[in-house]
Design a protein around this ligand. Structure first.
Ligand code: PGA
Length: 256
């Protein structure tokens, strides 16, 4: 794993925006895997500021709540429209978000996997990390080989997300999420982690044992996983000085 640590979330986001922006310029028909939550909001703003051409880009989002009306302010379709899609020239038919209202959810999950395959796979998957180590909504003990499917949120994740819903009771129990196996098939992964609340999960993911109890540790199995963290999220990493040295002394041929 490449671990890039910057003093602030703003600076870490700047690095991430450069990585995503360079990919869009280099491969105008790239397939991006996108994430929601607080973490990527500033990244999306920075990408909008770059005035990139999204006309041939395809996106697949990681997850969606089950049973929220599509126009619910906390649905991830609304989130993506407001934070990114409406401010770019992306074609809405090239944006894909799991359907949390499908009459046949398992069939819809299988179809989502098929659509990703038909698009040629994900070139770059963006991830946040839950305070419990989840990626997408793959909660602890998710199968490391899992595919897009229905998951039940843990009480901790529902408490973490209560801030968006004005209370925990309003947070749905069920979600549809790409699996860990799905995520690991993307060609490159970029995980963002900001704030002290993510420090323990990030340390487990990067330096702990590979375990389903910290789903983000599955990234240790990926050939090209990059972590962009701020100092607070990186504060529990034992090899922090090493990661800093590696990044600061990266040879030109290795740079994005
Ligand atoms: P957050 O969520 O960005 O809102 O902290 C991260 C996640 O749950 O993946």
């Amino acid at each position: 794993m490449e671990v890039i640590v910057q003093p602030t979330a703003e600076e870490a986001t700047e690095v991430a925006a450069r990585i995503v922006g360079n990919l869009i310029r280099r491969k105008p028909d790239a397939v991006l895997g996108l994430a929601t939550g607080s973490t990527p909001v500033r990244l999306y703003q920075k990408l909008v500021e770059k005035a990139l051409d999204w006309s041939r880009i395809t996106v697949f989002n990681l997850d969606e709540y089950v049973g929220l009306p599509q126009e619910h302010p906390q649905s991830y379709r609304v989130f993506m429209r407001e934070n990114l899609f409406n401010q770019t020239n992306i074609r809405l038919e090239n944006t894909h978000i799991p359907d949390g209202n499908a009459a046949d959810l398992p069939a819809s999950c299988r179809a989502y996997e098929e659509k990703i395959r038909e698009a040629g796979g994900v070139d770059l998957q963006l991830l946040g990390i839950g305070s419990d180590g989840h990626i997408g909504f793959n909660e602890p003990t998710s199968s490391l080989a899992s595919r897009t499917r229905i998951k039940t949120l843990t009480p901790r994740t529902r408490a973490d997300n209560a801030r968006f819903f004005g209370g925990e009771d309003a947070v749905p129990h069920h979600v549809v999420t790409m699996g860990i196996g799905t995520i690991l098939e993307s060609k490159k992964i970029l995980l963002l982690a900001f704030g002290e609340g993510k420090a323990e999960a990030l340390a487990g993911a990067v330096e702990g044992a590979l375990t389903a109890t910290n789903p983000a540790s599955a990234l240790q199995m990926h050939e090209k996983a990059i972590v962009c963290a701020d100092a607070a999220a990186a504060s529990r990493l034992a090899r922090l000085d090493y990661y800093r040295w590696v990044y600061e002394n990266k040879p030109q041929w290795q740079k994005e």
